[in-house]
Design a protein around this ligand. Structure first.
Ligand SMILES: [Zn+2]
Length: 82
């Protein structure tokens, strides 16, 4: 569905993303495929990388003008990375 380069760009948003998440109104997890408000996130790896508020996996990406944060995007990422 997406090429490797695009998947790597998306995946990079799940790491060291605290600032980006706190600036965004919505985030999504590509492990449990939930979207929710980033203020629900309470656990971080090294204070910088979000752990999902629902499943605890570090697979959370913020909304962005670079892509549409949709269920189909999260599912494509799950298929690629897990
Ligand atoms: Zn999750």
């Amino acid at each position: 569905m997406f090429n490797d380069e695009y998947q790597r760009m998306l995946h990079a948003r799940s790491m060291n993303n605290r600032g980006a998440l706190l600036d965004s109104g919505e985030c999504g997890c590509f492990f449990c495929i939930k979207t929710y408000s980033p203020d629900k996130i309470t656990a971080w790896i090294n204070d910088e990388t979000a752990k999902c508020a629902f499943c605890g996996v570090d697979a959370v990406i913020p909304e962005s003008s670079d892509y549409e944060l949709s269920e189909s995007l999260l599912l494509a990422m799950k298929e690629y990375w897990f």
